[in-house]
Design a protein around this ligand. Sequence first.
Ligand code: HEC
Length: 515
Amino acid sequence: MTGMKWMRVVPAACGVFAAATAWGGTPGRPTFTKDIAPIFNANCVSCHRPGESAPMSLTSYEEARPWAKSILKNVSERVMPPWHADKGVHEFANDRSLSDEQVATIVKWVEQGAKQGDPKDMPALPEFPNGNWRLGEPDLVVTFDKVDLPAGSPDQFFNLPYQIDMPEDRWLRAVEVLPSNRKVTHHVIVYQTEGNQPPQGWLSAWAAGTAPMEFPENTGRLVKKDAKLIGDMHYHPADSAQSDTTSLAMYFAKDADIQKEVINLWIANQNFKIPAGNPSYKARSSFTFPQDSEILSFLPHMHYRGKSFTYTAKYPDGRSETLMSASNYDFNWQTQYMLKEPIFVPKGTRIDCVAEWDNSANNPRNPDPARTVTNGEQSFDEMMIGFVDYIVKDGLRPVSAEQRVAEARTALLAEHAGEVYDAKAIQEGMVIAGALFLPAQGVGAWHLAIMGNVYQATVNQITWQGDKVTAQVAVAGFGTFGFEATRNTATGELNGRLSLPNGELGLPVEGTLAK
Ligand code: HEC
């Protein structure tokens, strides 16, 4: 806001010193055709044109002129164009925010009466796909079920399934998500799941104004031949009844061209409890890179109460660096922030994510400030996921979480034979592989493979009574679980459950003594 005051002073000053355009670098008498249309073409019309998400088109002077006042306000308050990454150390290839100079030019143009200028100066509009795929004919198109949206209904969320059936796994070099009705579609995230496994990351995401996702040269995303896709849809219904059919175009790469798999990592926390009315509640999640890697992009994900989100790297040499922060997070804009230059993270680098929520009545987006809010998929629940796309420096892809658990098992077994179990937890049919060191006394350990990550839990307060055992299992990012189990000494089998302190979320655990 202080910036806005300063900008309001500029036009008056320049009115007097019309020739002295040097300070601030803005033109003395900006016109639409010469100065404004180039900015709008580059930063606005991807959304502000017919058929797209924005409420009005800004492709011509006639369309833009009636909105001049609103444009001044939205642009100088930096509501438009929507861009929520703070300016910092790293730059983003898809940064659509305006420079201070561009903002000053727009403000000056409006304050001087929003003049058209010479029509001969009008630049050509960028080319738009017109509903067709922007990267040409796809190799495979997936079409999710049609969704009907009654007039005036509140926001709608759907998880639309789609079963892939291909003769073999395929590498994608590019992928585009395209809702048919972009007026009402708010965002789409397409997840890939496999069998009974938790989601293996996402394939692609769409929000207003996004370009097709093209992976860097010699990298790609692998789609399993029998993957089940989930289209996670968020709609903003309109005053009239509407419908949408969202499709996904896949562009296959030649296997031989792929040297790196682009991994979609979730740095998530599912065990937070945001007190009713709390204006600034924070939760954390972390991930430590097991191999030298390069980060390509970020996408912070929370719901309506999301207030800010930060990714910080703690390097093995002790240095800390903020990689990406959104101090003004807005759920409405699920933007993937694509780095201009990948960030190298040596093995052992820990990424710490901090999510902040505003669950007070002062948050105009808050659906219910009187509610204590926990993790859940509904929009009135909350989520904390720091999505990261990355590639490993050596090899095709990171060693899988299951392989790393197997390695941990071998190491534990070498030292603690007779006290190590292959212990899996089962969540709604999904199997979480684990290696559990459960000693007779002292502190144990549990390595768990969750959504591609390995979580290293400590097992405290181990108490045996005959063949019955209870313990506390602290999983970073998920919280502390109670554990109780019974061991069958004859067979070496372990049967029990993990549950939250309040008794919720009882996950069955099945183990066998490792040999
Ligand atoms: C990524 C898509 C996108 C881009 C890029 C974008 N807008 Fe918007 N704009 C929207 C949407 C959607 C809305 C409707 C409000 C909302 O949903 O937040 C909007 C609303 C507005 C409004 C408020 C209209 C009203 O009702 O008063 C103005 C003014 C505006 N945009 C101007 C701009 C300008 C100028 C630019 C470029 C400098 C721009 N926008 C870039 C999507 C976009």
